[in-house]
Design a protein around this ligand. Structure first.
Ligand SMILES: Cc1cc2nc3c(=O)[nH]c(=O)nc-3n(C[C@H](O)[C@H](O)[C@H](O)COP(=O)(O)OP(=O)(O)OC[C@H]3O[C@@H](n4cnc5c(N)ncnc54)[C@H](O)[C@@H]3O)c2cc1C
Length: 325
């Protein structure tokens, strides 16, 4: 049967396909409702009749995003199937504006799949960011960590399988499974809140592991709603708000009038002047960072990595404790 619903060829191409993330995780776009056109229709409260030029839709979407007129983008919905380590799920679930259905370890047998960071992700504690990592931890430390992870996980998995064999309730048998273990959920969210999630989670300050999921999801948004995606990159992701003090010091460097922008002759704002304008040391570093020319991010999906649902399902099934297959 032919549908009257909006379908987007670039989104249809990946719909129901599974994109691997980390060693055993994935993201799949299960369904979507609407696209850029739905944002425009909602903003205009239109009857949907007639066609508007792409340039008009683009102009409106960019205007809406620039001016924080966000409700029209709540009209577009995305539904994903995702598998991620439990510690990633704990960060992800903090985004309260989504609907979630997580696999129940009280009901289901959990696949014994655990996340092992790649060698290059095994780093030391960052000195500048208490929530971050920096500096190579070295081969020796990594080798020993992998050995220890494997020992712990083998023991936790064995205890889990043994309890299941003894017919202990699944809700009890699972209590010592580690947070490196993979869980899964269906996750439904509207475009506005999804873009907020992505702004926070593709950011380099988010944990690297959740960034990998967010990057794949950003690639999916780019396919479903390309104009909204573009406006998000330009006005949110790569945009930086200026504080009052920052505007004051910049006005000492730049003349802005109807003729455009031009540099003030001899205008210099050194660290002393920045401090005089009220910027703390951290704010100075942030201002310098804000004024670096941004690069356009690349969230293009790797279509060659896309797997069929049956392949992913079989892998999960095979990892369930053996005696219960
Ligand atoms: C890099 C990073 C580090 C973090 N570190 C920590 C940490 O150390 N500890 C910790 O506990 N959390 C931490 N978080 C989680 C963070 O504080 C947020 O809980 C999370 O990012 C979700 O953001 P949100 O509330 O804006 O999103 P959502 O829950 O999706 O909400 C979206 C928006 O809806 C509105 N909203 C939703 N619910 C309410 C409400 N009840 N009342 C008012 N407005 C609401 C707000 O405007 C909110 O921004 C961290 C997040 C990041 C990105």
């Amino acid at each position: 049967m032919e549908t009257k619903r909006t379908t987007i060829p670039a989104a249809e191409e990946i719909l129901g396909g599974y994109f691997p993330v980390l060693d055993h995780g994935f993201v799949s776009l299960v369904d979507y409702m609407g696209s850029d056109e739905a944002v425009e229709r909602a903003a205009r409260v239109s009857y949907g009749a007639g066609t508007r030029k792409v340039s008009q839709t683009r102009g409106l979407i960019r205007y809406l995003r620039r001016h924080r007129h966000t409700t029209p983008s709540e009209m577009v919905e995305f539904k994903f199937h995702c598998a991620m380590p439990m510690f990633v799920a704990r960060q992800w679930i903090r985004h309260r504006t989504a609907s979630v259905n997580e696999v129940s370890a009280r009901y289901s047998l959990m696949p014994l799949l655990f996340y092992t960071p790649e060698r290059e992700q095994y780093a030391l504690q960052s000195r500048s960011n208490n929530q971050g990592r920096e500096g190579d931890a070295g081969d020796e430390l990594y080798r020993e960590a992998v050995e220890r992870w494997e020992r712990l996980r083998a023991e936790a998995g064995e205890a889990y399988g043994w309890m299941l064999e003894q017919d202990v309730a699944r809700e009890i048998a699972r209590i010592d499974l580690p947070v490196s273990m993979y869980t899964q959920w269906y996750w439904k969210i509207d475009l506005h809140n999804l873009l907020h999630f992505l702004s926070l989670r593709v950011d380099p300050r988010a944990q690297w592991e959740i960034q990998q999921f967010a990057r794949v999801i950003a690639g999916m948004v780019q396919r479903v709603a390309p104009l909204s995606y573009e406006a998000w990159v330009d006005y949110d992701l790569e945009s930086r708000p200026l504080t009052r003090a920052e505007r004051t010091v910049l006005s000492r460097l730049l003349v802005a009038d109807e003729g455009g922008l031009r540099a003030r002759d001899g205008g210099v704002v050194d660290k002393e002047a920045l401090a005089g304008a009220g910027l703390s040391g951290r704010e100075m570093a942030e201002l310098i960072d804000k004024l670096q020319a941004p690069e356009r991010p690349d969230f293009d999906l790797d279509l060659e990595s896309m797997q069929a649902a049956e392949v992913v399902e079989a892998k999960m099934y095979q990892a369930v404790p053996g005696s219960f297959e």
